[in-house]
Design a protein around this ligand. Structure first.
Ligand SMILES: Cc1cc2nc3c(=O)[nH]c(=O)nc-3n(C[C@H](O)[C@H](O)[C@H](O)COP(=O)(O)O)c2cc1C
Length: 341
């Protein structure tokens, strides 16, 4: 890990993927504690901590990451056609802030490549596919329909990602009418019983959030992922990269993303499982997300600073915190603080 941090951020990521593909990252024994297990959408999650989208955009290392102890892994975002993304540099470590800024712009090898990789798997462990649209696409709905059609048979759940700040116009699809049209269009292509989730931005007004909750509850969506990276730049940032364009993730995102999570929990009355993402770097933060309303969790940026050992650490710590507070299962703790945030 310290060696990787000597490399420029994107190079370090490429080396990490290469090591994982070559089987050179030792597996770590998964934390098996019944207090952490839960079931959603007919899937049995051994623990609630997943790998967030963006780490494995092309579905090359989902099983290697499951072997790091994650309860589930989300690949993508995948767009229908391959695209190079933005020019480099486009990924920045904000070490002083335990944060990352990225403006990758959905660089990925496209649906054919991801489908081939997922098709080679033995399919043990939960792997979801996060879908995006091509930058130059004239028909966003058609792009998501293509993604669902192609990857539904190969993934355990699907995610409509309309919250990346790095594809012009994408986040406008979170508006009430575009969102309804998008979900209706995608739902027609969705095989029955396949869970479909929506990933939202942290930078939404109260009205936006209420609209999303209303549309989501009246739709076939199975859950919401809260949240993607933020375009806000908290005044507390100290890193020289703080002003780079792109989405900010990691520690400085924790408070805002957790607040949006609690709000979405209240707005949806706890009826839709929420995946809490944004700034999780410790067991305490994982626990806070659960109490704010998350049924499941994801992280990415903390891996840059803590490495894969963090996965086991967070799961073990979370189990301890649940027991300390007298809960006998994870599900009992969900949303217990949602009204205080
Ligand atoms: C380098 C990088 C690339 C990302 N790419 C994607 C992506 O392709 N699709 C997506 O839905 N989210 C993407 N994300 C967002 C993460 O999935 C996550 O929502 C966000 O980083 C907040 O979690 P964290 O603070 O634990 O990193 C990316 C994040 C990073 C840092």
């Amino acid at each position: 890990m310290p060696l990787l941090r000597l490399l420029p951020a994107e190079r370090a990521h490429q080396v990490t993927l290469a090591l994982l593909k070559a089987g050179l990252v030792p597996a770590s024994a998964p934390v098996r504690d019944p207090i952490l297990a839960s079931s959603h959408w007919g899937l049995d999650f051994p623990n609630p901590l997943g790998l967030a989208a963006g780490f494995d955009k092309n579905g090359e290392v989902p099983d290697a990451m499951l072997r790091q102890g994650f309860g589930f892994v989300e690949i993508g975002s995948v767009t229908p056609r391959p695209q190079p993304g933005n020019s480099r540099p486009r990924l920045f470590r904000l070490s002083e802030d335990k944060a990352v800024i990225n403006r990758m712009g959905f660089n990925n090898y496209g649906l054919d490549f991801a489908a081939a990789r997922l098709g080679e798997r033995k399919r043990s462990g939960i792997v979801g596919a996060n879908l995006g649209k091509n930058k130059d696409s004239a028909d966003a709905i058609a792009d998501y329909v293509a993604g669902v059609t192609r990857l539904a048979p190969l993934a355990d759940y699907l995610v409509i990602n309309i919250s990346s700040p790095n594809t012009p116009g994408l986040r406008a699809l979170q508006g009430k009418e575009p969102l309804r049209a998008l979900i209706d269009g995608v739902a027609e292509a969705l095989p029955s019983g396949k869970p479909l989730l929506l990933k939202i931005a942290p930078d939404l007004t109260g009205e936006d959030r209420a609209d999303i909750a209303e549309v989501a509850l009246a739709s076939p969506l199975s859950g919401l992922i809260v949240s993607n990276t933020t375009i806000e730049r908290p005044a507390s940032l100290r890193s020289p990269h703080a002003k780079e364009t792109g989405g900010l993730s990691g520690q400085p995102l924790f408070a805002a993303a957790t607040q949006v999570l609690a709000h979405m929990y209240r707005l949806t009355g706890g009826k839709l499982p929420l995946v809490g993402v944004g700034g999780i770097g410790s067991a305490e933060q994982a626990y806070a997300k659960i109490r704010a309303g998350a049924s499941l969790l994801q992280l990415y940026s903390a891996l840059v600073y803590g490495g894969p050992a963090l996965v086991g650490e967070i799961n073990r710590g979370l189990a301890k915190l649940l027991r300390r507070d007298g809960f006998s299962s994870l599900s009992e703790a969900i949303g217990t603080d949602a009204h205080h945030r």
